[in-house]
Design a protein around this ligand. Structure first.
Ligand code: ACO
Length: 330
């Protein structure tokens, strides 16, 4: 069997401050009942002022390194998936490298919206499978509260902050068996930030127009997500030479319980095989899958030999999925 990449350590960081649906009722014209029934979200966690994406990425990374039993010098590659970098450049991955002291690591960011973490797993796996690198750190970290318009009820109820990290090493048994990555750039305008880039640099006008905040056509993204999540999961299971009934745990991007439910239905998965922590955290974009994975393992839902499916969709529009035959090694 050829050499595969596998996850040997997991970590997460959830900021302590909680914003509940009841709190949001005081900020915009919404209700706990609307948010709960339309999305499944009950509360989300937000960072304090002064905390950056690289800070919370490092918190998750340190936990993942300890979990894998690796020293920081052992890391050959750092990929940070984020839509909320500390700044346009340098990359958040370089800031993380400096904060961790991971001086032997190459470092870059990957931007694929909420699919960023699973895209990054695929990229890291290529380096590990080719033998170019031994150990990689893949991090999904987001401070979405900084790009959220807190006066827009159609988006501000959805998002939260957090970070998740995974250490990737080689294995000759199991590991990440297959990937399915995709994009449909024609849907870009259904989820985007209009200003602050080369097309519309930040100016007094762009700030007045709130061009630095998330804009979303919720319905369009919803339809795309329902179509894509099931497709990407079924496709990757097929690529791995497996059947949906072989899946032990399904860990989807946590955006909306109705989207998760529709994907689970396409795979005919019973409820106990579908991991959901969305009510506690909201949508944390590229951090959502690694946080969910770390939490599922903490809860004892993942053991060696299990077949785990990760699937995400997001801005771009993008999708990404992988099948892991779990094998943490020694
Ligand atoms: N509270 C109360 N009412 C609201 C709220 C709110 N927070 N937000 C919208 N409404 C109203 C709307 O104004 C609309 O009212 P109207 O009928 O009088 O015009 C009504 O509720 C229905 O709005 P819809 O947008 O049709 O509601 P829908 O059932 O589609 O749910 C939602 C909206 C939850 C946003 C859904 O479309 C969704 O989850 N979409 C996917 C979003 C997503 O996952 N985005 C993240 C992608 S990941 C990334 O890369 C960041």
């Amino acid at each position: 069997m050829s050499r595969k990449a596998t996850i040997t350590g997991l970590g997460k960081y959830i900021p302590p401050r909680v914003l509940t649906n009841k709190d949001l009722e005081k900020m915009v014209d919404t209700s706990d009942e609307w948010i709960t029934t339309r999305t499944g979200i009950k509360e989300r966690h937000l960072v304090e002022d002064g905390v950056s994406t690289s800070d919370i990425a490092c918190d998750a990374a340190r936990e993942a390194l300890a979990d894998a039993g690796l020293a920081v010098e052992d890391i050959d590659l750092i990929i940070v998936a984020t839509v909320t970098p500390d700044m346009p450049f340098p990359s958040t991955a370089c800031l993380v490298q400096e904060k961790l002291g991971a001086w032997n690591a190459a470092a870059f960011d990957l931007e694929a919206g909420c699919s960023g973490f699973v895209y990054s797993l695929a990229v890291a796996a290529q380096f590990i499978e080719s033998g170019l690198y031994r150990n990689a750190l893949v991090i999904g970290a987001e401070i979405l509260s900084r790009i959220t318009d807190w006066e827009d009820r159609s988006t501000c109820v959805l998002f939260g902050d957090g970070a998740g990290a995974a250490v990737i090493e080689a294995t000759d048994k199991g590991g990440m068996l297959a990937f399915e990555l995709g994009a449909d750039g024609s849907g870009g305008k259904s989820l985007y930030i209009p200003a602050g880039g080369s097309l519309k640099p930040s100016s007094v006008t762009t700030i007045e127009e709130k061009g630095h905040f998330i804009r979303m056509e919720g319905n369009q993204v919803f339809k795309f997500a329902v179509k894509t999540m099931g497709y990407a999961a079924l496709k990757v299971i097929e690529k791995a030479g497996l059947q949906p009934e072989d899946v032990d745990l399904f860990v989807p991007h946590q955006a909306n319980t109705r989207i998760i439910q529709s994907a689970a239905n396409k795979l005919k998965l019973p409820e106990e095989k579908v991991f959901v922590n969305l009510p506690k955290y909201g949508n944390t974009s590229s951090a959502s899958v690694p946080i969910a994975l770390a939490e599922a393992r903490e809860e004892g839902l993942i053991k060696d030999g299990d077949i785990i499916v990760l699937v995400a969709f997001g801005a771009g529009l993008t999708w990404a999925s992988t099948v892991i035959e779990w094998n943490e090694g020694e």
